[in-house]
Design a protein around this ligand. Sequence first.
Ligand code: GLN
Length: 491
Amino acid sequence: MTDLTSLTLAEARDGLRTKAFSARDLAEAHIKAVEAARPLNAFIVETPEKALAGAAEADRRFAAGTARRLEGLPLGIKDLFCTRDVQATAGSHILEGFKPIYESTVTQNLWDAGATMLGKLNMDEFAMGSSNETSYFKPVINPWRARGSNKDLVPGGSSGGSSAAVAARLCLGATGTDTGGSIRQPAAVTGIAGIKPTYGRCSRWGIVAFASSLDQAGPMARTVRDCAILLREMASHDPKDSTSVDIPVPDYEAAMTGDIRGLRVGVPKEYRLDGMPDEIEKLWADGIAWLKAAGATIVDVSLPHTKYALPAYYIVAPAEASSNLARYDGVRFGHRASGPKDIVGLYERSRAEGFGREVQRRIMIGTYVLSAGYYDAYYIKAQKVRTLIARDFDEAFGVCDVLLTPTAPGPAFGIGDKSDDPIAMYLNDVFTVTVNLAGLPGISVPAGLNAEGLPLGLQLIGKAFDEATLFRAGGVLEAAAPKTPAPGRWW
Ligand code: GLN
């Protein structure tokens, strides 16, 4: 039998259906891989007992002919999702030991479709970061290394446990969340696929909030098809989240016809940045050529407010975070400082001890931009910029159907290389944050390796609720690009 962890999610699904192997075989192979990969630090909590119990149920259902669409497929879950009776920390000390008494809607949807859980995946604290180095539970190591090098690289962030686990073949797919790029950038630098759906496509209920007007859940997996299969189950209208949208969820896998003849692909000139590495320029040019060769029409478009996106994001996101994180007060749940003098001391010390430096920085920035006297100058201004950015996209989509850009400005960088320089770290999001500000869907597609043997990704941006076109075009792009192999195993 081939190594079951090397199958794509679609192949594993089909193999279970034809009884080429059992759900138990599949679960055991992945549990072993998770154990062997502990040096990567991708999981905060492992739940092999859940994976095995789910596999037993799956094998019963396959025998009875009542298997569901994701029956018996083992997944990893980002630790931002509440999972009933299983610790959910958001990568933070302040939530260490917190076991939710309810399940997030997205994970419940996955379990209802028959998927099983291997464990909770490491992440940047409260999803703030681009490298997974802000996790209280220590950084995740990228399974990829530059050719001939032993240097540890970051797996991207904030969904870095998800990207590393999927790339290292520890799970068939994973959940991620994306507030400014946290699904797409880690997917790109680990050679996998990931989609941030339209705002409102997935319910945010039971996902620890970072910036509520930007946060969206989405799947990360080794192929575009696998993401299509997972998103169909994750997406739903949910009365418990008033921002989730009540429109039918299409069969995204069926939308992957392989035919993009006549598709109009916009190339936004403002994404050509000064000092952009040559390999990213070349990757983008290759992507344009691949789509053109498949029958797409290439159109030059302009998104003139792009340069204001990053500054606007780093006002809006911390503002919302400072408000969302006010609930961690040491009283209701999570870390509580011992022996405070009074209630104010309890709040102050619990928060000072419980939150890491990056989270504290964001709370301070957010509180500042929301404070009387600065609200108009910063927060309101940033909201206006946001409207202009959304308008840019509306105009561009008058002449094209999707946009093609690089996902990230470079390949995976070294652990520690950018952790002392918040601005350098924030620049990782330069191609991804615009999409969150406008609420649009964006997918990162694996596009091969650079000269050093590290993965790079291309991003397609779509119209609101047109994920189907992103899967169709993304599948074509993925097939045209050099195939990304599995990372060489060193752990
Ligand atoms: N890297 C960005 C940030 O630090 C985006 C994070 C995210 O999408 N959750 O805010």
